[in-house]
Design a protein. Structure first.
Length: 269
């Protein structure tokens, strides 16, 4: 089964639990471009849970009376999507799993992005139904997103919500060069990126990775192993499909700068 999922962190405030019929109505209200004739609630569930069918694609919400098993303080501190002016919601005692599921079959990055779009729509509608949810945890990118920020970013849907869906991290190495990596592209049917070392500023390295992320989202998995890609300043990088350096065994695209070659009579620059 092909699936995409995210979590919602919930506090102890009394609230009206999500139900299938209420979520159907809210999705239709929030997203007029959805085909209402294809959206139905299926089965009987406990309060706070729902299963919907949207033309053969399932939307599942399951609320659990336990805290989400993550270090909320650490994730919030490392997430570019959590505002510094808000404390991390470490007092949340429940959480909901929200998933979009499809039958087994051939997959593509277009289909994966479509699942992420529908998942994001469902998250918005659940947030609109229950104000007891205090954060969105987009686990694929290890992002904790404030609900207000997620609702604001969702205005671009069905265009990709890349700030919430993907994380780009860059930082200096001991030798003064810059390194970086991405998280979240796997759930979009693409390979994440690793940039072990590049001689440029932090902003330049970030812009480089962001540009390649957007290129992949638009064009698909076109970065072939052993090929090269030209950078924004005319430089060339070698593409290698390798195991991630974080030890998790994921396949990633590693980008290695290639030194410029001078011709026989080339001038030194």
């Amino acid at each position: 089964m092909r699936s995409s999922l995210a979590m919602l962190l919930k506090d102890e405030r009394p609230s009206t639990p999500v139900t299938g019929p209420a979520l159907v109505d809210r999705l239709i209200q929030d997203w007029p471009d959805l085909d209402a004739s294809r959206l139905t609630a299926t089965g009987q569930h406990d309060a706070g849970s729902a299963t919907l069918d949207y033309g053969g694609t399932g939307i599942v919400v399951a609320t659990l009376d336990s805290a989400l098993d993550i270090d909320v303080e650490r994730v919030a501190a490392n997430s570019g999507q959590w505002p510094l002016t808000f404390p991390a919601p470490s007092d949340c005692t429940a959480h909901a799993v929200v998933a979009v599921v499809e039958p087994d079959g051939p997959d593509s990055h277009e289909a994966a992005i479509a699942r992420a779009v529908l998942l994001s729509r469902a998250l918005v509608s659940v947030l609109n139904l229950d104000d007891g949810f205090r954060a969105v945890y987009w686990g694929a990118a290890e992002h904790l997103v404030h609900p207000a920020a997620f609702l604001d970013q969702a205005k671009v849907l069905p265009s990709p919500m890349l700030p919430a869906w993907t994380a780009i991290s860059v930082g200096p190495r001991e030798d003064g060069s810059m390194s970086g990596y991405t998280r979240g592209l796997e759930m979009l049917g693409l390979q994440d990126l690793e940039l072990p070392s590049v001689e440029e500023s932090e902003d330049e390295a970030f812009e480089r990775l962001a540009g390649i992320v957007m290129y992949q989202v638009d064009a698909g998995p076109v970065l072939g192993d052993g090929e090269t890609i030209r950078g924004p300043r005319g430089d060339v990088m070698l593409i290698e499909h390798v195991e991630s350096s974080d030890g998790e065994g994921r396949q990633v695209v590693r980008l290695t700068p290639q030194k410029r070659r001078r011709g026989l009579f080339g001038r030194r620059r």
